[in-house]
Design a protein around this ligand. Structure first.
Ligand code: AHR
Length: 506
């Protein structure tokens, strides 16, 4: 019988770092049906006066997304931002190269900023450093943030937005290390361009924060030299370096798939080390933090997406990257959220990629309702209950064997306290597919707290999916935690996402 126990010790006074709310950001790209047919669908019964779907907006608000990256992604690398402003009828239709689509520019910067306000989100803007450069980035910043009295800021007012959009965080290009990127660059080419662009942008608005492009993923041949070399160019002008990572269960080996969050952890550690190396080399005082601005599970539809992009005619908003997520995908998303929380001292921004229809927690059926994918739930729970101060988690867990990662911890967990609200929340995944594992929680300084709620996501079918018609994977509650001498004992079911919420007694 498998009776091994995981033990998590938490001390109210031993904190890791405040959790930056921007850790629960997301991403909307002009890609597939994310914008057209996703957030914007003028003919739909739920459309508002601007054509935005109210049912989609309401699900986005439910997720409390503080920050949405826009407009790409790969899309941005040939994007001419000027195409997307002014009277809609006069906007050009263009060939969009990254996703081999036709971009009609019916939604542009000003409309998207209206949408973001309705969603309660800030925009994280990406500038085009692929086909364009310093001048276009500066023009875009002037259009968005300069109060008025110049050609571009007055043009914004003329286009209906007298008040500046005041966009605070900007990405200097997207995945510039990738050969697939239009305008792909070597590390020195990118580093020089990004540094000069950053210098000019900060001259226009010194209050903005800038993100230097890191590697597209940790398997890139130039990782982590890319980070070291590019940051040597950009260090003086930027605040963050970006990380992107997607995982998939291509081999159908779920136990190993669920170990992928350990890869994410190692990726983050390597990037931190590289940032600190550059800081030391520069004799710098500024710490470069991390913006994990694309992360998710992505692999389900690769063959049909390739077919659409390689063999079909150019289309406007074709269905692309519409992965239908399974229960096991939700478990890994939960683990990735735990990994981000465990690095809250250095990861200040993270964007679940993406938000609607395209590798997304929210699906919007063309003539039907909007609905929640399986991955909606761990993200929802982390966004609602993961704000506050991350505690330093001391966790010892039994091991589970995997085919590609060796023996890994069977339980991963993070803890966040909110002193003002009097709450402590523990997020834990038992990623052992065979065994329930009792979790002993040793809590110091939380004697007056009781379990207010224990939310779980579990399903006998790892491949269970949700649809508009049926929500097969949805949260449930448990109430069988047992108080012990020095804390609590929680029998975590095999393959389960757990959110244990403590509330201080009033
Ligand atoms: O999110 C989908 C794509 O993944 C983005 O456009 C790109 O940046 C990444 O490769």
């Amino acid at each position: 019988m498998h009776q091994k126990t995981a033990v998590m010790t938490l001390d109210r006074d031993v904190s890791l770092a405040p959790v930056d709310p921007r850790l629960f950001g997301s991403f909307l790209e002009h890609l597939g049906r994310a914008i057209y047919g996703g957030i914007y669908c003028p003919g739909h019964p739920c459309a508002d006066e601007q054509g935005f779907r109210k049912d989609v907006l309401s699900l986005v608000r439910e997720l409390r997304v503080p920050l949405v990256r826009y407009p790409g992604g790969n899309f941005v690398s040939t994007f001419r931002w000027e195409d997307s402003i002014g009277p809609v009828k006069q906007r050009p239709k263009r060939l969009e190269l990254a996703w081999r689509s036709i971009e009609e520019n019916r939604i542009g910067l000003d409309e998207f900023s209206d949408w973001a306000k309705k969603a309660g989100s800030e925009i994280l803007m990406t500038v085009n450093l692929g086909s364009r450069g310093l001048e276009a980035a500066c023009d875009l910043l002037e259009y968005c943030n300069f109060p008025g009295g110049t050609y571009l800021s007055d043009l914004r007012a003329q286009n209906g937005h007298k008040a500046p959009h005041n966009i605070k965080v900007w990405c200097l290009g997207n995945e510039m290390d990738g050969e697939w990127q239009f305008g792909h660059k070597t590390m020195d080419e990118y580093g020089r361009l990004a540094a000069e662009t950053a210098k000019a942008m900060k001259q226009i608005d010194p209050t903005i924060e800038l993100i230097s492009c890191g590697s597209s993923n940790d398997r890139m041949p130039t990782f982590p030299q890319w980070e070291a070399t590019t940051l040597e160019h950009t260090y003086d002008f930027v605040d963050y370096v970006s990380l992107h990572q997607y995982y998939g269960n291509e081999r159908g080996d779920t136990q190993d798939f669920l170990a992928r969050s350990d890869d994410m952890d190692q990726f983050i550690r390597t990037v931190i080390a590289t940032c600190d190396f550059v800081q030391a080399k520069k004799r710098g005082t500024k710490q470069i933090n991390l913006s994990f601005d694309e992360w998710n599970v992505w692999f389900h539809n690769t063959a049909s997406d390739n077919d659409t992009m390689q063999n079909r005619p150019w289309q406007t908003a074709p269905a692309l990257l519409e992965d239908h997520y399974t229960f096991e995908d939700a478990l890994l998303v939960g683990e990735m959220l735990i990994t981000l929380l465990c690095h809250a001292d250095r990861v200040k921004i993270a964007c679940l990629a993406q938000l609607v229809n395209v590798i997304a927690p929210i699906m919007a059926d063309e003539n039907g309702p909007a609905w929640r994918q399986t991955i909606f739930y761990p993200f929802l729970h982390a966004s609602l209950y993961g704000r506050g101060t991350a505690l330093l988690p001391l966790l010892s867990a039994p091991k589970v064997e995997t085919s590609g990662h060796g023996a890994v911890d069977a339980v991963v967990a993070a803890a966040v306290k909110d002193e003002a609200a009097g709450t402590l929340t523990i997020f834990a995944v038992n990623r052992d597919l065979q065994h329930d594992i009792p979790l002993t929680l040793r809590l110091r300084g939380f004697a007056e707290s009781e379990i207010a709620e224990w939310i779980v996501l579990e399903n006998g079918d790892l491949k269970a999916e949700n649809s508009a018609a049926k929500e097969a994977v949805r949260p449930a509650h448990r109430s069988d935690a047992v108080r012990s001498e020095d804390g609590w004992l929680l029998p975590l079911h095999k393959a389960s996402w757990n959110v244990i919420r403590f509330q201080k007694k009033r």
